[in-house]
Design a binder for this molecule. Structure first.
Ligand code: 13P
Length: 339
């Protein structure tokens, strides 16, 4: 493991004004996204869609890295160039999702454990040869009656740490993603309490596994009200609760924090990030690694039609640019196009 190299990659992913595009939807997830726009999830449609994202001119000013799925890292642009090369030529770092999804945690109804550790050590060198320089593993924590249990948090934190250690051995920067879901009626206070416990256990496990924190990035949820909670916290409450939580439990040695959007609207995700960055200088870069918040408007503009590709690229460029502004705390809703 070359610690200096890992840290340099981690820092480049959170370079000022830039963040990550999460385009690593698994086969079932991309099928769901395509279904919403009435597009069949064929291999060619998936390729064409990722092609439009990765060949959008100018986005490298705002996009530092792209997380790919196993199928995508092996695919090529329309002109035959491997996607990884298309990204590298623009100075965008390719990454790879390596967990195999969140599955039922037996004995703990309603809770999940991310799978994919078996054989992981053998899979990572190929991804590095294909061009990946960082990886992602997503653990899912649900809030509900009597959950999450300490056991579920512990099991997921342990798996995240095993994954992170293996990535560093293989020369890949691990993005550590413990996602506390927004689904449910819980208050923002409950989200803060659970997120605090989750992140505390994650850092205890990372340290116990001798993971070099400088060569990692954290991908957390923001601290928000549950989707069904009658009291929906506004941007300043979300920003303050999220930043307070991070200050309490994330070591300053971590190179950067790249939020997931988790079901927030694109505008909310951009605004929340901007308000957090406007609060002042933080020990870590506060950035984004958005899936839906970057892609929802792109999918809606594209609808699977070649004729819509220019409009879809424009939509992707705009969301990237607005999130780039949010990295400096300079986003305002007046920058959005009129509805
Ligand atoms: P969302 O921003 O849509 O939550 O996706 C980010 C991600 O990579 C989830 O694992």
């Amino acid at each position: 493991m070359n610690v200096g190299e890992l840290e340099a990659v981690a820092r480049s992913l959170v370079a000022p004004g830039k963040g990550i595009l999460a385009a690593d939807e698994s086969a079932p997830t991309i099928e769901k996204r395509f279904k919403a726009i009435d597009v069949p999830s064929t291999e060619e449609n998936r390729r064409a869609y990722r092609d439009l994202l990765f060949t959008t001119p100018g986005v490298s000013e705002f996009i530092s890295g792209v997380i790919l799925y196993d199928e995508t890292i092996r695919q090529r642009a329309a002109d035959g160039t491997p996607f990884t090369k298309v990204l590298e030529r623009q100075g965008i770092v390719p990454g790879i999702k390596v967990d195999e999804g969140a599955k039922a945690l037996i004995g703990f109804p309603g809770e999940k454990i991310a799978e994919g550790l078996d054989g992981l050590r053998g899979r990572l060198p190929e991804y590095r040869t294909l061009g990946a320089r960082f990886a992602k593993w997503r653990a899912v924590i649900d809030i509900g009656a009597g959950i999450p249990t300490r056991y579920c948090i512990q099991a997921n934190a342990h798996a995240l740490a095993r994954y992170a250690a293996l990535c560093q051995e293989a020369g890949l920067v691990p993005i550590v993603e413990p996602e506390v879901l927004m689904d449910g009626n819980h208050t923002i206070e409950r989200c803060e309490e659970v997120t605090t416990e989750v992140l505390s256990l994650v850092y205890a496990e990372l340290t116990a596994h001798r993971v070099v924190l400088e060569g990692t990035l954290l991908k957390p949820n923001m601290v928000v009200s549950g989707k069904g909670c009658p009291d929906q916290a506004g941007a300043s409450r979300v920003a303050e609760a999220t930043v307070r939580t991070l200050y309490r439990v994330v070591p300053p040695a971590v190179s950067g924090i790249v939020f997931l959007s988790g079901g927030q609207t694109p505008r909310q995700a951009t605004e929340h990030l901007s308000v957090m960055n406007a609060l002042g200088k933080h020990p870590w870069e506060l950035s984004f690694s958005y899936g839906r918040a970057l892609q929802d408007p792109v999918l809606k503009a594209w609808k699977g039609k070649a004729a819509n590709v220019p409009a879809a690229k424009e939509a992707f460029f705009l969301r990237s640019k607005l999130n780039g502004a949010a990295r400096f705390g300079r986003y305002s809703t007046s920058m959005e196009p009129a509805a």
